[in-house]
Write a protein that binds this ligand. Structure first.
Ligand SMILES: [Zn+2]
Length: 474
């Protein structure tokens, strides 16, 4: 035990001593880092004299990533930064210990170079597996090194990518995906980011130890029950066998030969795209700024402008509704103007509700709906406007299973709201049942006595409709 503690101390101490700050540069800047997803590209096997090449290579990679759907639609959600990590020598190691077939037919010169993260081909004896270190034992040390470079230089990164200055085909996934500058390396990088950032599985059979429930892998083969059931029949999505484990368990995938998680030259399948967009929304709100923002208004004058700055997908699929004192006021605009006759004496409430209506999400199928709101409380006295206070919120609303027969689970997560209400409404507009939900708690609603058919689940915060989800009762 003592020895372990000593070792731990030594490692921590070593980390502090070796803390190094490198030059960094932003190569894709769409706005504030704290409102964006931050992709950080680290150089490996580039000497400091080759940093201009590293920048050019990183820009090429970035352009390819953000011309690939759904990154292309959501490019505004991302900033990209590069960290110039110098290596003593160029390239990557190639010990030549891959299989004879590959070493003979796809030769890479044998090299042993001194590079910062020690990238090497033939990792785990696989010719094309370009990894930091030759095997798991050595890799642990290098992982500490990668972590400390990120912590010392860009601790708020969302995803890192290590770009290796080698013209030969190769790459690897894991926490820190790695790709070479071989032209196919760009597609390798995107596939590996699919694993690392979005937890997507391979849609070619990845081997028994890499199977499991994921966005794009399931042991469920029934097309009415599988998690991508609402995509079945659209864009060639179905339930395809993706191999059988030695334990005899079968695994299924949504696409067959038509997803980047199986074939590098393909796009991501609809199911993977949906999962990726869910992750974007999970991590950031499309609401960047709003005004007025917590302003106490003195000697105010009408008209008053209320404005949003939104991080928009391209094409813009964000929708907004504006509600003044419970009544619809405007929709799908980034700002409204309020004049004196619009307001009552006393407290007025203006709320805007923003959500992404992209067709890349199957709205009735995906579990979590993300909603941004801003509420302005406008205090108008007989003497005139007194104060305008504002509050923004970001909601995640979950409802599952759907379709359901006996009960549904309802949950919401919010930054600023403790309670919301859900009303279950029949197709003829009758309110069947109403339930109050509290932040972060899952509530179960008994729907066993409802007749089969389609209902709406309307979610309200302080009488403002946040979301309307279709509920199918079986
Ligand atoms: Zn896929």
């Amino acid at each position: 035990m003592k020895q372990h503690l000593y070792l731990l101390f030594f490692i921590i101490n070593f980390q502090i001593v070796s803390a190094q700050v490198f030059t960094q540069e932003t190569i894709q800047n769409n706005g504030d880092n704290d409102k964006r997803l931050n992709l950080v590209i680290l150089s490996e096997g580039y000497q400091s004299t080759e940093f201009a090449k590293f920048k050019t290579d990183a820009i090429t990679y970035t352009n390819t990533i953000f011309s690939t759907p759904p990154f292309s639609e959501y490019a505004n959600f991302f900033n990209v930064h590069i960290i110039y990590v110098p290596s003593a020598e160029s390239g990557a190691d190639h010990p030549g210990t891959g299989s004879t077939y590959y070493e003979t037919n796809f030769p890479i010169p044998t090299t042993d170079v001194d590079t910062y993260f020690n990238a090497t081909f033939d990792s785990f004896d696989l010719h094309y597996l370009l990894f930091y270190e030759i095997d798991e034992n050595y890799a642990n040390n290098t992982e500490l090194k990668i972590n400390s470079v990120l912590t010392d230089n860009f601790p708020t990164y969302d995803q890192a990518l290590i770009l290796v200055n080698s013209p030969y085909y190769g790459g690897s996934g894991g926490e820190f995906p790695m790709a070479s500058t071989d032209p196919a390396g760009q597609q390798v990088a995107i596939h590996e980011i699919g694993h690392s950032f979005f937890n997507l599985k391979d849609e070619y059979y990845p081997g028994d130890i890499h199977v499991g429930e994921a966005i794009n892998m399931s042991a469920e083969s029934n097309i009415t029950a599988v998690k991508w059931k609402n995509w079945i029949g659209t864009n060639a999505i179905d339930v395809h066998l993706n191999g059988t484990t030695s334990a005899g368990e079968k695994w299924y995938k949504p696409a067959n030969g038509s997803c980047k998680m199986e074939v590098l030259s393909q796009s991501f399948c609809s199911v993977c795209k949906e999962g990726m967009i869910e992750k974007f929304h999970d991590l950031i709100s499309p609401l960047e700024k709003y005004s007025p923002n917590n302003t106490t208004v003195n000697n105010p004058e009408f008209p008053i402008n209320f404005d949003l700055t939104l991080i928009k997908p391209n094409p813009n699929t964000l929708e907004s509704s504006w509600i003044l004192n419970g009544n619809a006021f405007a929709s799908n605009v980034d700002g409204v103007t309020i004049v004196e006759p619009d307001l009552n004496t006393g407290i007025n409430t203006l709320t805007t509700v923003i959500h992404d209506n992209t067709a890349l999400l199957k709205i009735d199928n995906h579990e979590t709906t993300h909603i941004s709101t801003v509420t302005w409380t406008i205090n108008q006295s007989t003497l005139g406007l007194e104060t305008i206070e504002s509050l923004s919120d970001y909601f995640k609303i979950l409802m599952y299973p759907n379709p359901a027969s006996d009960s549904i689970n309802l949950k919401f997560e919010s930054e600023a709201t403790e309670m919301i209400t859900v009303d279950i409404i029949s197709v003829d507009g009758r309110k069947i049942v109403s339930k109050t939900l509290s932040n972060l708690n899952t509530s179960t609603l008994d729907i066993s006595t409802l007749s089969s058919g389609i209902y709406l689940a309307n979610f309200y915060s302080k009488n403002v409709l946040l979301a309307s989800k279709k509920l199918v009762k079986e």
